[in-house]
Design a protein. Structure first.
Length: 413
């Protein structure tokens, strides 16, 4: 399988250093604006703005409204990828500054509710401007080794920066938190300006006359290849069973006495370790995806027979180990399949492919969260661990991922 991005002279490459600021800043911006339930937003929304958990949850859920817009946005030409990323960062800065104002003045009631509108708009802008542009920008701007470094090592560093920022933000008073958000906005603007050094991606090539076979047209010529469509199935399988609401499940069913902060730290560290352990390769990355999926499956199987609530140190150690293995395995599988996706898409459908990938990934993740809420309630009323609905769901989802990856491997060979 030949990586189209490694053809000499096909595209002008930009230095990886030009992409690093935006890579590191991305998670911090998302956490501050409440994208995907951003933790920094949750902290000041509750502690500084006095918003209810119900209102915050509804605002997060309204992000689903962006799906039709995002699907339509898949038609955006790839040559606009750099500009759209810059627009996203500037809008993020304006939103961060608005939130800084609300926190600084101690907004309450209707004024504080403006923050809920901010997070909804942020989710839509991520879906329409960022998700349709960032990976296509990497596809055209760097080679496979640089892209893997950005998506692994530098993404791990970004998570480390976010972890430190969370500790700092939690310790600040309202004035300090307002200044923090102002700083995040300023960094977003700086990152947007820094992207000026990156050449805009060249226009996607149009089918040349005579390049299509009789009975086909330009639209069919740019249709997603079978392997690209299958990768959507793979990401849906990975995300829907990526131990959604794991902390809630432990607290309500399996290990009520667990230190949830420590368990969350185990997940974060394991995910970061998996990213840092990634080595760039020209070889078949689907083997790494299979290893990650197998580790996730083995970890899910290891806890199936535990009786909750657990009490012994051995059982608790098994849960901690399984948590780390599932976090690392899922991260490895996602990263490997992201790189595999870059290798099977064509220049003509880069934006469309990655937009649909984001739609499937986010929707399956939300579906897993929704379904898990009901399964955890059912599991709390189940006495036999072998019939625990939540753990059965996680096990089945993990088992489904492996044949999905093998299906993709055969289709892309």
């Amino acid at each position: 399988m030949t990586d189209r991005l490694q053809s000499p002279g096909r595209q002008q490459r930009s230095s990886i250093r030009r992409f690093i600021p935006a890579t590191i800043l991305g998670p911090l911006v998302g956490a501050s604006l409440g994208v995907d339930g951003g933790p920094i937003f949750q902290i000041f929304a509750i502690e500084n703005l006095g918003l209810s958990a119900t209102a915050i949850g509804i605002a997060f859920g309204l992000g689903v409204a962006s799906l039709p817009i995002q699907i339509y946005a898949s038609r955006i030409p790839i040559e606009r990828a750099r500009r759209n990323t810059q627009i996203f960062l500037v809008l993020a800065a304006l939103q961060a500054w608005l939130l800084a104002f609300l926190v600084g003045v101690g907004a309450t009631g209707g004024l504080a509710a403006i923050a809920l509108g901010v997070t909804v708009i942020a989710e839509i802008s991520v879906s329409v401007l960022y998700a349709t542009a960032w990976q296509p920008l990497l596809a055209s701007g760097v080679d496979t080794h640089a892209r893997q470094q950005l998506n692994s090592t530098w993404s791990a560093i970004a998570r480390g920066v976010l972890a430190g920022a969370l500790v700092l933000f939690a310790a600040l008073n309202s004035g300090g938190r307002s200044l923090f958000l102002v700083t995040v906005g300023a960094l977003a603007v700086a990152a947007a300006i820094g992207l000026n050094a990156i050449d805009p991606p060249p226009p996607a090539p149009s089918p040349e006359p005579g390049s299509t076979t009789p009975g086909t047209d330009a639209k069919s010529a740019t249709a997603l290849a079978p392997a690209t469509r299958i990768v959507l199935v793979v990401f849906a399988a990975i995300n829907i069973g990526a131990i959604p609401l794991w902390l809630v499940y432990l607290n309500k069913v399996l290990w009520p006495a667990a230190n949830l902060g420590a368990i969350a730290a185990v997940q974060t560290v394991a995910s970061m370790a998996a990213l840092l352990a990634w080595k760039s390769t020209d070889g078949d990355v689907t083997r790494r995806a299979l290893i990650g999926a197998a580790a996730t499956l083995a970890a899910a199987a290891s806890i199936v027979t535990l009786d909750g609530p657990v009490g012994s140190a051995a059982q608790q150690a098994l849960i901690v180990g399984a948590t780390a293995a599932m976090a690392a395995g899922t991260t490895t599988a996602r990263l490997a399949m992201l790189e595999a996706t870059h290798r099977v898409i064509t220049p003509a459908n880069t934006v469309r492919a990655f937009t649909l990938l984001d739609v499937v990934a986010s929707t399956s993740l939300q579906a897993g969260l929704l379904l898990s809420g009901f399964l955890i309630t059912a599991s709390a009323n189940t006495e036999t661990s072998l019939t625990d609905p939540y753990r059965a769901f996680v096990l089945i989802a993990a088992a489904t991922t492996i044949p999905a990856i093998l299906w993709f491997k055969r289709a892309s060979a």
